[in-house]
Design a protein around this ligand. Structure first.
Ligand code: B1H
Length: 828
């Protein structure tokens, strides 16, 4: 009913072609007051901070609205191939600052609020960030949609509007406690619900075959229950380019028909129960980063958002008369890891069962519509769904997967006759330990391209994770190295560095053309510039100190080397190795092995959430907190070593921490971190990296040069060789007195109130298992930290290195990542 053309063209928009409030302080004030009075229904004197925040947000929104309408209009008028990014996570971070930045309204808004007697910083602090993601994968999706809008690429981001995002972390006796994240409690001014565009999604039930009019066998799926998917739209503003793309997140509601049936039977309690069951689908984000649990509700979430999204694109976004034969000319669905891969059989179902395509025709179309990004190398992170579960929840999809597999295995047999071992290895259906569907294989079979997220990762993906597929289809495999948006993570998070860079380059173009940072290289040799660069860092440390004081009651020593490890807590990332370094310093001073004057004053700053069911990760958090408590109190360190661990690391805190960092810890065991993106954020904010040859560290080091990077540790081939030879962690303990003293001090209960118990989980694991070889890299790590100390002692040399890091890391803009996807994969 919305698409009627029987309206006068003169009344298409409020006034003229576009209507925005005037871009003046007074125009802004008037719009703000109008939002406050007529939107919130309060006078300024009666308004709460939240009223003011909501009015401010709606004011900024109103400046984006015309561009949003125009972008949609332009895209409909001139339809081209679109990108649909399918992702179960978008870790967006706060919206207000980014909206102000993209509209170039920061200073106008500041002045306008000042005129109203309001401190804009207080309103910005009122926003609860949408934490609809776990870590790197979700943040990557947010960076990508930002870049795509800035590059004016027609994009829809599809995902889930979780009612509760990633849990809030607090510490009790040093141990992680999780609280729910009710981010919508005070209302979100950034979302636009569209209940009239709701989509129905089925679950369960039966399939049956019957002949159609032409006598062909057709399958009908009769779901047992249905759920309504309501889309919520979010603006994705491009950077000062008049483009606003759409992020469409789905919220699950009870399906009326279903509800009422039960209600009419008189069982009211059961009717509301049905509602609860339906709403549970989008209730909460699964908090497992990199290790998916095969939970039924999770598969429901995945199918729910993917079914809504495909339906939405085909039925509501394409014109009504569209010939689906041409679908690949109009869309590419980018699969963000395996989480949305159930979209493959869903598109087949739509084409074959609902649109009447022959199987082969449908498969030819489907095979051109998907591309798959793998984000991991850890075998436990590769999603598999038990056939029993998938068949119960999505019986028709299971049939389709079986048929895709049959056809695929026939192809394998043809290419490799008589090689039944290979057939078994490559089957989409695994037989052991239980019959299940390997989602990464399904994605690889269906996709036009399969990519890893850093050069090393893409190579290991071909060689180790999917070698049979790479042999069959070498041209399918490619690399796109991750990137980060310079808008949020430099321009917005580091206003001071941005000002310095703009002044030095004489232009602000670098914000959308990050390679221009190369122009800073000569300034690394300019003493005055280095001094300014250091002043920026000092001011950022000061800002961080204020944040940590207010938020956590922590005191940051601003004259310390700020040594930062922020990322999800995972064994392979090796927070425990960082902790061993800390304890080795402390133990060295206590035992007299290390003269206190030789210890560079440093603050080690941790930020990390552990998956709630990940026991060892939670023990590691507790141990870090216990070590912090003891080290920070012991006068023996004389303010030379401090450990800070603010709770609830999130995007907002990242924006404060990263610009203040001197040293970036990227110390995963080589071959385990697919890419990392925090590493890029630090380098671009002028921190130096101490890191292994892993993920995107490899490329960072190549770009900044060996002299400007603290490399240590086993390489990936060395890791493999050591594992083959038989890795015995305790042998390192026996041979290295420093390591022994360090582990012994932890094991003695020194940090855990005399109790060996709570330290034992971590220490015993290191001594007897250590699957990520922290002990093997310990000595090399300490030696690299000595090189850090030495380099830091010469502040001028350090600044030079840091400036070169900034100048040479323009490659890591997510704009470049998007160009690579466009050139190598999407051709949109
Ligand atoms: C990454 C995940 C991930 N890889 C499962 N895999 C999840 C897997 O909810 N789950 O079940 C959630 C997340 N996340 C990360 O992706 C990699 O570890 C990083 O190295 C990489 O930088 C990032 C973006 O590519």
């Amino acid at each position: 009913n919305r698409r009627g053309s029987a309206f006068p063209a003169s009344h298409e928009l409020a006034t003229g072609p576009v209507k925005s409030p005037p871009v003046t302080v007074d125009g802004f004030v008037q719009e703000f007051l109008s939002e406050l009075n007529y939107g919130q229904g309060v006078k300024l004197s009666q308004s709460t901070i939240n009223d003011q925040y909501l009015a401010l947000a709606r004011t900024v929104r109103s400046y984006l609205m015309a561009a949003w309408l125009e972008t949609g209009h332009r895209r409909r008028k001139n339809p081209t191939k679109m990108v649909a990014y399918l992702s179960a996570e978008y870790l967006l971070g706060r919206q207000l600052g980014n909206a102000l930045l993209s509209t170039n309204l920061i200073s106008i808004a500041e002045q306008a609020m000042h005129e109203c007697g309001i401190d804009i910083a207080e309103l910005r602090a009122q926003e609860i960030e949408p934490g609809l993601g776990n870590g790197g994968l979700g943040r990557l999706a947010a960076c990508f949609v930002d870049s795509l809008a800035t590059m004016d690429v027609p994009t829809i981001g599809y995902g889930i509007r979780y009612e509760y995002g990633i849990f809030r972390q607090s510490f009790e006796d040093g141990r992680q406690v999780e609280q729910p994240d009710p981010w919508l409690r005070l209302g979100s001014p950034w979302e636009f619900p569209h209940p009239e565009r709701a989509v129905t999604v089925g679950f369960g039930g039966q399939t049956e075959e019957s002949a159609d009019e032409e006598g062909r066998n057709r399958c009908r799926w009769t779901p047992e229950r249905q759920v309504r998917g309501v889309p919520y739209h979010y603006m994705v503003p491009g950077y000062r380019n008049g483009v606003v793309n759409t992020l469409r997140l789905w919220s699950a509601e009870a399906h009326e028909g279903f509800d009422l049936q039960v209600f009419n039977s008189g069982d009211y309690a059961r009717a509301t129960q049905a509602q609860t069951v339906a709403e549970n689908i989008s209730k909460v984000l699964y908090p497992d980063d990199s290790t998916p649990q095969g939970k039924e509700l999770r598969l429901q979430q995945q199918y729910f958002f993917v079914a809504c999204s495909l339906h939405d694109f085909i039925e509501n976004t394409l014109p009504g008369d569209f010939d689906l034969q041409n679908l690949p000319k109009r869309i590419i669905f980018q699969l963000n890891d395996t989480h949305p891969v159930i979209a493959v059989p869903e598109l087949m179902r739509l084409l074959v069962d609902e649109k009447g395509f022959d199987w082969d025709e449908a498969w030819a179309i489907t095979q051109q519509c998907f591309a798959y990004t793998c984000h991991t190398l850890l075998p436990e992170a590769l999603e598999v769904w038990p056939v029993e579960l998938l068949g119960r929840l999505l019986p028709r999809h299971l049939e389709i997967i079986y048929r895709i597999n049959d056809d695929f295995l026939a192809q394998v047999r043809e290419a490799f006759p008589g090689d039944e071992w290979r057939v078994r290895r490559m089957s989409i259906i695994a037989e052991h330990p239980q019959r299940s569907v390997r989602m990464a294989f399904l994605a690889t079979v269906a996709a036009v391209k399969v990519n890893g997220v850093a050069a090393l990762h893409s190579q290991l993906l071909r060689d180790n994770v999917l070698p049979d597929f790479a042999e069959l289809w070498p041209e399918k495999f490619t690399n796109v190295t991750n990137g980060i948006t310079p808008r949020r993570f430099v321009r917005l998070a580091n206003r001071r560095l941005s000002g310095l860079v703009t002044e030095a380059l004489g232009t602000e173009e670098w914000v959308t053309d990050l390679d221009l940072l190369r122009g800073l290289e000569p300034l690394a040799d300019d003493a005055a510039f280095r001094e300014q660069f250091r002043q920026v860092k000092a001011a950022n440390k000061n800002r961080l100190a204020l944040v940590l004081e207010g938020r956590d009651g922590l005191v940051l020593e601003q004259d310390h080397l700020i040594d930062v490890m922020v990322k999800r807590l995972h064994e392979y990332k090796r927070q425990s190795l960082k902790l061993l370094h800390v304890v080795s310093l402390y133990e060295g001073v206590r035992s007299g092995r290390l003269p206190i004057e030789r210890v560079t004053p440093r603050t080690v700053l941790f930020g990390a959430k552990a998956a709630p069911g990940y026991h060892l990760a939670k023990e590691t958090i507790a141990l870090i907190n216990h070590v912090a408590a003891v080290v920070n109190e012991d006068p023996i360190m004389q303010g030379r070593l401090k450990v800070l661990f603010p709770a609830n690391y999130n995007v907002n805190l990242a924006e404060k921490i990263i610009p203040a960092a001197d040293l970036s810890e990227q110390i995963s065991l080589a071959g385990k971190e697919a890419s990392g993106t925090g590493n890029m954020k630090f380098a671009l904010n002028g921190a130096l990296t101490i890191g292994t040859d892993d993920g995107a560290n490899v490329e960072i080091r190549q770009l900044v040069g060996d002299d400007n990077f603290f490399l240590f540790g086993l390489s990936e081939p060395e890791v493999e060789a050591l594992r083959k030879e038989g890795y015995v962690p305790s042998s390192y303990y026996e041979q290295d007195p420093v390591l022994r003293a360090t582990l012994d001090l932890i094991g003695s209960g020194h940090f855990t109130n005399g109790s060996r118990h709570s330290a034992a989980a971590v220490v015993d694991n290191l001594l007897h298992h250590d699957p990520f070889m922290a002990l093997a890299d310990f000595q090399a790590y300490l030696a690299a930290q000595d090189r850090v100390d030495e380099a830091y002692a010469d502040q001028d040399a350090w600044s030079r290195m840091a400036i070169l890091n900034v100048a040479r890391c323009g490659f890591f803009s997510s704009d470049r990542s998007m160009r690579d996807y466009l050139d190598k994969i999407w051709h949109a």
